[in-house]
Design a protein around this ligand. Structure first.
Ligand SMILES: NC(=O)c1ccc[n+]([C@@H]2O[C@H](COP(=O)([O-])OP(=O)(O)OC[C@H]3O[C@@H](n4cnc5c(N)ncnc54)[C@H](OP(=O)(O)O)[C@@H]3O)[C@@H](O)[C@H]2O)c1
Length: 236
């Protein structure tokens, strides 16, 4: 179980789980190529780190874009450990029922976080596979309200959540100040154009930057992992 180095973790822990965001990026901050290919930005050593991080958390969350583009299994394979609960944040339930997180019995360990926009028949199909479908309030953009999702996961006994991407979900969580820990694997590669890891946070002044504290820097093969606590301006 993760220990969150967070000043007011006692207060926060009753409201929502601790949230770690983790992803691999190129040295120039790209999560994937322009056409969405991210396999494999990082090397095998840091992949083991990512799987160890999965095993440390109660739940692992990805956005619908990642579920559709990468079709990840979200299981622990490269190190010993239990699979966390799998969660896909998917307002309209566009993830195919044949996706790895739903197929071959995997659905029983998968939560689909949707809004009222998700068609009833899609939800029924996912339920019939054994998935849990959570209908959640939507945010002003018509997407899943992430704070509500985290509260519901807390209600399931989930105390720690790892978010693996993609870019839209990472950006939304940082914008909503929901990220406690950021573990970024930087690969010594340059992509130029591509999908940026973190999009617009509405920050126009350097004093409003998110700060990273207590950073550990660890080499994994050719890659380097920066693992930090996130500090928000004028807040926690
Ligand atoms: N390098 C890495 O470590 C890594 C890791 C993961 C992914 N990736 C790459 O990232 C790319 C996918 O990123 P992406 O930005 O397209 O997709 P994403 O962040 O995985 O998913 C975004 C989608 O999630 C849904 N969503 C629901 N509620 C949301 C909310 N409150 N905030 C944000 N999203 C919400 C939205 O779809 P609806 O509106 O349909 O609900 C949204 O379009 C792929 O190319 C993948 O390969 C790279």
């Amino acid at each position: 179980m993760l220990t969150f180095r967070h000043e007011n973790r006692q207060e926060r822990a009753v409201v929502r789980p601790g949230i770690t965001v983790s992803y691999a990026q190129t040295l120039d901050g790209r999560l994937a190529t322009s056409d969405g290919n991210s396999r494999w930005i990082s090397g095998p050593d840091s992949l083991r780190f990512a799987h160890a991080l999965r095993a440390e958390h109660d739940a692992i969350v990805v956005g619908a874009g990642t579920a559709c583009t990468d079709d990840p299994s979200l299981t622990v394979r490269h190190v010993p450990g239990d699979d966390p609960l799998r969660v896909v944040v998917d307002s309209t339930l566009r993830t195919p029922l044949t996706a790895a997180v739903l197929a071959d019995g995997a659905a029983k360990g998968t939560v689909l976080a949707v809004t009222e926009s998700a068609p009833e028949d899609r939800c029924e199909d996912a339920l019939s596979l054994g998935a849990t479908v959570l209908r959640l309030p939507q945010n002003p953009e018509g997407r899943v309200d992430l704070a509500s999702l985290m509260k519901r996961l807390q209600g399931f006994g989930v105390r720690s959540v790892m978010v693996e991407g993609g870019a839209a979900l990472i950006t939304a969580l940082l914008r909503d100040r929901l990220v406690d820990r950021l573990a970024v694997c930087v690969a010594p590669k340059i992509l130029g154009c591509g999908i940026e890891a973190v999009g617009d946070l509405g920050i126009c002044d350097l004093t409003d930057s998110l700060a990273l504290a207590d950073t550990t820097v660890t080499p994994y093969g050719a890659d380097t992992v920066f693992d930090s606590r996130v500090v928000y301006p004028n807040g926690i």
